[in-house]
Ligand binder design. Structure first.
Ligand code: 3H9
Length: 719
């Protein structure tokens, strides 16, 4: 786990050997402790270089070991020994030095980094703080403001930035280990006293209290209810106000308060869930590791509306040439200008040249005949999409893969009109497509493994978090979200206000409640879908009363808002009222209050005071309940997939882990009880009826989320 070599006769080279990221597992900690002892005790050794195998220094403590209390050799003691030693120790940083890995480098006397390396203290993103001296050493090295920024956000920095900040002593384009060896030979003669960071005087700015107060407010605003960033601030404050040893004690106490918290568990679950979702599997046995994706060089994007533009930008910025197609000259010109503007702004932000030469704009579908893939992003209209897919079948060469960007339409119905149904799948981007990280890849029953593998790999190349899902109305994300918004609407009917529902959800951790989110997205989107599916408008069965559809409870309130032209922010009013059309400052609207009161009178609903607990339970337990049905139906293969979709596409608070993890944390038995209670009270809402899988899991003793998969029948898999 740590290799020891004597090089150049007087240097000890210690190499961490724990692939893939050389995490500091207990075995690695033991290995380094032993090798450092050996190097410091060997009179032949004049200096030490620490590096990592496979061009990666170290990805930090082994997160998998956090499931149990920390055991084995202490990193704090090891780092103190390295720093206090009388022989210069040099960290040779290639790849990454993150978390405990960067704390190891901070304990060394010198740090040499490769120019492509990335460094940082991302513990806060795992619900923790850097507890091996990071909160005490980093501020002494680079000052309190810069250290606070890095520790409370967990941002990684490039080697160049690290050099500017003083986090490393030298960067190199050569092999960092080789350079560190040269450096070590020169460092032998130099005194070490000024190189021990823990002994440095803290550079304190004059307005210390104001600085900590400002950062605390910033953190509280950004991450409502999240504990770790606040603990990080307290630890850095200890560094600023206490001697090193007392600061270390405070760091350790704060870490203890975080270590077994539910937030830390949720955030660490998110880390692994994201990686689990990337490892997709299909019932045929095809999976990420055994199917080769196609190499994509040329793509076509059909439709230059909001989605098409974002998709074109996402493709071009990773070096894929794009032919963008529109039907009218004016639309083409507007789209062209928008795409170029977006690409230029993006390139400026990243300090690179915009790859405009990769773009081609055309009115002729014939121009896409030689592309590797087509991503269709026209209006959500099945007959329009079918027409286009028929045309694409005729125009494109037989090897071209065809993808539809749809938020819920039947991917297989589109595949069926083509000459290559096995080469058709869905790619559900989220708006704005060049910003949002999530991509649902929809596997139709006839989609080939290669078609799926190519979409997943292309999504990854575009920097997306990709999740493979099955084909059903709304797929995973939108199918589930419908149950959540329905509950929110029913709660309004029963006595709540939009601001009450939103307040409870925002208190829970959502950046925006359901109604503010709906105002931002535009109420007309859902209205159009409801009209198309016959839930409102002329196609409604005249026998259905306004608050019932197809035998179930239905809330016509969102339709009533749309009929009044209240489409959300863009019209200056929706669930809230705004300062002007396009305004963003939501204010409660007395007209909505009146509308709700009128509605309740008309349908003889006695309004009642609804507790925050009920608001949360009704909205979130029903979401998880539908998640269980999604698993039951084989639309998603594992709970991690659902949670990743909700974290990256729907703003579910990360420190709650996602709807399925949240249900697991609450306790499946309790979720089941409450759903039974609410379903009893509202028997005309089928989504409140507990799912079979939830009942089965409770009957099996509520196994941990990682074990649910074993209880899910795969017979009905749609993947
Ligand atoms: C810490 O250090 C606490 C300290 O303050 C000390 C307190 C006393 N542990 O992401 P990838 C796995 S907290 C265990 O796909 P990439 C990962 O699960 C830690 N496993 O690769 C995956 O496994 P699998 C602070 C880890 O190239 C495989 O390695 N450190 C760890 O896209 C490949 O990972 C962090 O927060 C780990 N520390 O990205 C850094 N790291 O193949 C967390 C990775 O089975 N890590 N794995 O799915 C990362 O950010 C990225 O993994 C990294 C590489 C940038 C390093």
């Amino acid at each position: 786990m740590a290799r020891y070599e004597l090089v150049k006769g007087s240097l000890a080279l210690i190499t961490l050997t724990n692939p893939p990221v050389n995490a500091l597992s207990s075995a690695v900690r033991y290995g380094i402790t032993e090798k450092i002892k050996r190097a410091l005790g060997d009179p032949k050794v004049k200096a030490v270089v620490i590096c990592g195998e496979n061009e990666r220094f170290c990805g930090g403590a082994d997160i998998r070991e956090f499931a149990a209390p920390m055991r084995g050799h202490s990193l704090v003691m090891l780092f103190d020994d390295i720093e206090a030693g009388e022989k210069p120790v040099i960290a040779a940083i290639e790849g990454v030095a993150l978390g405990g890995g960067f704390e190891l480098a901070l304990a060394c006397h010198y740090r040499i980094a490769h120019s492509k390396a990335r460094l940082g203290l991302p513990e806060v993103t795992l619900g923790l703080l850097p507890a091996a001296g990071g909160t005490q050493r980093l501020p002494r090295l680079i000052g309190i403001p810069a250290a606070l920024e890095l520790i409370t956000t967990g941002h990684h920095v490039s080697a160049q930035e690290a050099l500017k900040l003083g986090m490393v002593d030298q960067i190199t384009d050569e092999n960092a280990c080789k350079m560190a060896v040269e450096f070590a030979l020169r460092a032998v003669a130099k005194p070490l006293s000024s190189r021990r960071i823990s002994t440095l005087t803290m550079p304190c700015p004059p307005n210390l209290d104001a600085l900590f107060e400002a950062v605390t407010m910033q953190v509280q605003k950004k991450a409502r209810g999240v504990m770790a960033p606040l603990a990080c601030i307290q630890a850095v404050r200890a560094a600023a106000t206490l001697p090193y040893s007392k600061g270390m004690k405070r760091e350790s106490e704060l870490m203890a308060s975080l270590f077994s918290s539910s937030q830390a568990r949720a955030l660490q679950y998110c880390f692994f869930a994201q990686r689990t979702a990337g490892k997709w599997t299909l019932p045929s046995g095809a999976q990420w590791s055994n199917i080769k994706p196609r190499d994509i060089r040329r793509a076509a994007v059909i439709g230059l509306g909001t989605m098409g533009r974002g998709i074109a930008v996402s493709l071009a910025r990773v070096g894929i040439s794009v032919i963008a197609v529109e039907t009218e000259k004016k639309l083409l010109e507007t789209g062209r200008q928008m795409v170029i503007g977006m690409l230029e702004r993006d390139a400026k932000r990243r300090g690179v040249t915009a790859s405009l030469y990769l773009l081609q704009f055309t009115l002729s579908l014939q121009d896409v005949k030689d592309v590797d893939i087509v991503i269709e992003a026209v209006f959500e209209d099945m007959s329009l999409k079918k027409r286009l897919f028929r045309d694409l079948s005729k125009v494109c060469r037989p090897s071209t893969l065809l993808y539809t960007n749809t938020s819920g339409l039947d991917v297989d119905a589109l595949a069926g009109v083509t000459d290559r149904p096995h080469m058709v799948a869905g790619m559900h981007f989220f708006s704005p497509a060049h910003v949002m990280k999530l991509l649902e890849v929809i596997c139709g029953p006839r989609s080939s493994s290669e078609t799926i593998a190519t979409a997943m790999s292309l999504g990854k190349r575009m920097g997306k978090v990709c999740v493979a899902v099955g084909n059903c109305p709304g797929f995973v994300g939108n199918r589930m979200v419908k149950t959540y918004t329905d509950q929110a609407n029913f709660l309004l009917e029963e006595g709540a206000t939009p601001e009450q529902v939103d307040g409870a959800l925002e208190e829970f951790g959502f950046a925006m409640g359901v109604f503010r989110m709906s105002d931002l997205a535009g109420l007309d989107v859902g209205w159009r879908i409801r009209k198309e599916s016959g839930l409102t408008g002329p196609d409604v069965d005249p026998k259905d009363p306004p608050h019932r559809r197809q035998g179930h409870r239905y809330s016509p309130i969102p339709d009533m808002l749309c009929e009044q032209g209240r489409m959300g922010q863009k019209t200056g009013c929706g669930w809230y009222v705004y300062e002007k059309p396009g305004g963003t400052e939501a204010k409660p609207d007395p007209l909505i209050q009146k509308l709700l009161e009128g509605y309740r009178v008309r349908y003889s609903i006695q309004p009642r005071k609804i507790s925050s607990q009920e608001l949360i339970e009704r909205c979130l337990y029903v979401l998880a309940n539908e998640g269980f049905r999604v698993l039951e139906d084989g639309i998603a293969v594992q709970p991690e997939d659902i949670d990743v979709i909700y974290l990256f596409g729907y703003g579910f608070p990360r420190h709650r882990g996602g709807p399925m993890f949240y249900a697991n944390m609450v306790g499946l038995g309790r979720v089941l009880d409450r759903l039974e209670h609410y379903h009893h009270a509202h028997p005309d809402v089928p989504h409140l009826k507990p799912s079979q899988l939830l009942k089965k899991l409770v009957a099996c003793g509520s196994p941990p989320i990682q074990k649910w998969k074993e209880h899910i029948k795969t017979m009905h898999s749609h993947l």
